[in-house]
Design a protein around this ligand. Structure first.
Ligand SMILES: Cc1cc2nc3c(=O)[nH]c(=O)nc-3n(C[C@H](O)[C@H](O)[C@H](O)COP(=O)(O)OP(=O)(O)OC[C@H]3O[C@@H](n4cnc5c(N)ncnc54)[C@H](O)[C@@H]3O)c2cc1C
Length: 576
C-alpha cells in the first residue's frame, strides 16, 4: 500500500453550502493561503445543499425579528438547542442572506414592493422562508460554485476522506483520502481542517439525502475520539414520495411548503386524519406529522403502497402548478399528478440534528479541526425547523472560513501525521480486499429495515435492543464480506462497503443515544417514555468512543438566553 502526499494550508472536506462558504471566506480573510476543497462527488453537484427545495430562514422582513426566529428555533427544538449556537445561527443568517444576494449573486423571489418573499413553513410564527421557487438549493449552490471556480481553490473531486489523522501530540495533522478515480490513497497534510461532509441519515428504509452521504464525517470524528451530541435526533420529513419499491425516487422529499400552503393529508380511507393528532393540522411540526402518518400506517389505514396521500387540488391546480413547479414536475416524472390528483407519501429520514460538539466559532475539541453544517450539532436540539438547515450550513461554513486563517496565524506550521495512525487507517480501509466477496446489497437491506423498524419514528426499549443486536450482526457480517473486483479504479463496490461501515458505526450510536434518552422530545419519541420530562432540567446526550466502546453520558442544557416558560418577545400576545 502506497500513500501519495499533498500539502495545503486549509483542507475542507465537503463541497456543500458549508464547505464552499468556508473556502470563500478563508480566501477573503487571507488570499495567500492555499485552500483545498475535497469532496466525494463533483464540486457543486453533490451533497444536499443542491437539493434544498423550500428555502432559507431569515428574519429580514418587517414584523419579524431575530428574537422571534430564535424563539421558534428553541421551542421547535424542544428546549434542547445550545442557545449560543442557535443565536449565532439566527442572527448571522441576516448578513449571510444579504451576502448571498449581493456578493454571491443569488436571486431570490420578491414581493411586489421589492422585499424578499418569505413563504410559510411549519412550526414557525412568521413566514420567513426566503426562496427561489421551490428549488432554492440549485440557485445557492450554482452561484457558490461559480464563485469558487473563479478563485485559486485546489479541488480534489471524487476524493473520499476515510480518516482524520492526528499528529503525535493529538492535534490534527490532516486527512487520509482515497482518490475514487484511481483508487490511490492520498494523505493531505493541512494546518487546519474543516469537517463539512453533511451527515446524511441514509441508513433508513426511506431517506432523502444524496447518495454520496453516508455519515462518513461523524464516523471519522467518532474514530478520532471526539464527543458527539444529540445522536438520537434523526429528523423524519413527513412527506417523502412513495413511488413503489423499484425506484430511487421513493423517499425523496416533497417540500414542506405544500403543507404550509394548505395541502391536506388523507389516509387510505380518504379521511383527513391530522385533526385526530394535532390542532395545527398539517402545519404541525415535522415530528408530529411524521408520527401521525406512521400511526395511520401501523393501524393499517394506508394507501396502496403503504403510506398516506397528500392532496393539493382544492387550492386550484393552476395555482399549485405555478407555485410548486419543481414538485409538480418531479411527481409527473414518476407518473403522479400533484396539482390535480393525489400523491402517496411516507415519512422519510431527512436530516440529522446530532453531530460533533463545537464552539460558536466552529472549533472542536481537537486542535486544528473545525466543523460546520450538518456534521455539527447543537443548533437545532430535538428538531430542525424547515429552512434552518441551509441557513446553518452557510452561516457556520462562513464562520469557519473566517476563523481558520486566524487559527493558522496563531498556530502556524504543518504537523507530521502519527505514522501508526496512518498505517492503521489505511489498513482498515483496505480490509475488504483481504476477504472473500460477500453480498453487500443484502446487508444494506437489513440495515435499512432494522433502523426503520426498530430505531425509527417511534422507539421503545425492546425495539432498540433488537436494533442494536441486528446492527452488531450486520457489522460482523460486513467485516467478513469482501469486494469481488480487485481493481481499485472507480471501484464503487469498495465505496459501498466503506459507506456501509460508516452507516453501521453511526447507526449503533443513534441506537445507544435513543436508549439513553428516556423521554420524548421532538424527533425522538419513545412509546415507553412518551412524556417530555422536566424542561427546566433538560439534558443532552453525549457519545464518545473509548478503547473501541461507545460511552454515553448526559450534560445539562444551559439556558443562556431564555429559560423554559419565558420568552424573548416583548409582546407575549405576538408570541402566540
Ligand atoms: C431533499 C432535501 C431538501 C432539503 N430542503 C431544505 C430546505 O428547503 N431548507 C433547508 O434549510 N434545508 C433543506 N435541506 C437540508 C439541507 O440541504 C442541509 O441541511 C444542508 O444543505 C447541509 O449542508 P452541508 O454543507 O452540511 O452538507 P451537503 O450540502 O450535504 O454537502 C456535503 C458534502 O460532503 C461531501 N462528502 C460526504 N462524505 C464525504 C467524504 N467521506 N469525503 C469527502 N467528502 C464527503 C459530499 O460529497 C458533499 O460535497 C434539504 C435536504 C434535502 C436532502
Amino acid at each position: 500500500m502506497t500513500v501519495d502526499n499533498i500539502k495545503t494550508d486549509i483542507l475542507i472536506l465537503g463541497s456543500g453550502g458549508a464547505g464552499l462558504f468556508a473556502a470563500l471566506h478563508a480566501l477573503k480573510a487571507n488570499p495567500d493561503l492555499n485552500v483545498t476543497v475535497a469532496s466525494k462527488g463533483l464540486l457543486g453537484k453533490c451533497g444536499c445543499t443542491r437539493m434544498v427545495q423550500g428555502g432559507y430562514n431569515v428574519a429580514i422582513n418587517p414584523g419579524d425579528s431575530i428574537e422571534r426566529h430564535f424563539m421558534d428555533t428553541i421551542e421547535g427544538g424542544k428546549w434542547l438547542p445550545h442557545q449560543e449556537l442557535a443565536w449565532t445561527l439566527v442572527s448571522t443568517a441576516v448578513e449571510r442572506v444579504r451576502e448571498l444576494e449581493n456578493e454571491i449573486g443569488c436571486f431570490f423571489d420578491r414581493n411586489p414592493d421589492g422585499t424578499l418573499h418569505g413563504k410559510a413553513f411549519a412550526g414557525q410564527s412568521f413566514d420567513r422562508t426566503v426562496h427561489k421557487g421551490d428549488l432554492t438549493g440549485i440557485e445557492i449552490i450554482n452561484r457558490l460554485m461559480e464563485q469558487v471556480w473563479a478563485r485559486p481553490v485546489r479541488r480534489l473531486e471524487e476524493h473520499r476522506a476515510v480518516a482524520l489523522i492526528p499528529a503525535k501530540d493529538g492535534a490534527l495533522a490532516g486527512a487520509l483520502m482515497i482518490d475514487i478515480r484511481s483508487g490511490q490513497f492520498r494523505f493531505v497534510t493541512a494546518q487546519a481542517v474543516l469537517l463539512a461532509t453533511g451527515g446524511g441519515p441514509t441508513m433508513y428504509r426511506y431517506h432523502t439525502p444524496s447518495g454520496d452521504k453516508s455519515m462518513d464525517g461523524l464516523a471519522m470524528a467518532l474514530g478520532l475520539g471526539l464527543p458527539l451530541r444529540d445522536m438520537e435526533m434523526v429528523q423524519f420529513h413527513p412527506t417523502g414520495l412513495l413511488a413503489g419499491p423499484d425506484t430511487r425516487m421513493t423517499g425523496t422529499v416533497l417540500e414542506e411548503g405544500l403543507r404550509g400552503a394548505g395541502g391536506h393529508l388523507l389516509n387510505g380511507a380518504m379521511h383527513r386524519f391530522m385533526a385526530d393528532y394535532d390542532p395545527k393540522l398539517e402545519r404541525a411540526t415535522r415530528d408530529v406529522v411524521s408520527r401521525a402518518i406512521y400511526a395511520e400506517m401501523k393501524a393499517g389505514r394506508t394507501t396502496p403502497n403503504g403510506g398516506a396521500y397528500i392532496k393539493m387540488s382544492h387550492l386550484g391546480p393552476a395555482k399549485v402548478a405555478k407555485e410548486f413547479k419543481g414538485m409538480v414536475d418531479r411527481c409527473r416524472d414518476c407518473g403522479f399528478d400533484l396539482a390535480g390528483g393525489l400523491v402517496e407519501v411516507v415519512p422519510t429520514a431527512h436530516y440529522f440534528m446530532g453531530g460533533v460538539i463545537c464552539d460558536r466559532d466552529t472549533a472542536t475539541e481537537c486542535q486544528g479541526l473545525f466543523v460546520a453544517g450538518e456534521d455539527a450539532s447543537g443548533m437545532h436540539g430535538a428538531n430542525r425547523l424547515g429552512g434552518n438547515g441551509v441557513a446553518n450550513s452557510t452561516v457556520f461554513g462562513g464562520i469557519a472560513g473566517d476563523v481558520m486563517p486566524h487559527w493558522i496565524a496563531n498556530n502556524p506550521g504543518h504537523r507530521p501525521p502519527d505514522p501508526e495512525a496512518l498505517d492503521f487507517e489505511a489498513a482498515r480501509a483496505e480490509h475488504p480486499f483481504s476477504r472473500q466477496p460477500g453480498d453487500l446489497n443484502a446487508l444494506r437491506e437489513k440495515l435499512l429495515d432494522t433502523m426503520w423498524d426498530d430505531v425509527g419514528v417511534v422507539r421503545d426499549r425492546a425495539g432498540i435492543e433488537r436494533g442494536l443486536a441486528a446492527i452488531d450482526s450486520i457489522e460482523t457480517e460486513l467485516l467478513t464480506a469482501g469486494v469481488a473486483d480487485r481493481d481499485r479504479r472507480f471501484n464503487l463496490t469498495w465505496h459501498d462497503w466503506l459507506n456501509l461501515r460508516s452507516l453501521c458505526e453511526i447507526s449503533r450510536v443513534i441506537a445507544l443515544a435513543a436508549m439513553r434518552r428516556e423521554n420524548s422530545r421532538g424527533a425522538h419519541y419513545r412509546s415507553d417514555f412518551p412524556e417530555p420530562g422536566d424542561l427546566a432540567t433538560s439534558t443532552f446526550t453525549v457519545a464518545r468512543q473509548k478503547a473501541g466502546r461507545i460511552e454515553m453520558t448526559d450534560a445539562p442544557v444551559l439556558f443562556t438566553h431564555v429559560k423554559p416558560g419565558e420568552t424573548l418577545l416583548r409582546d407575549p400576545i405576538a408570541a402566540e
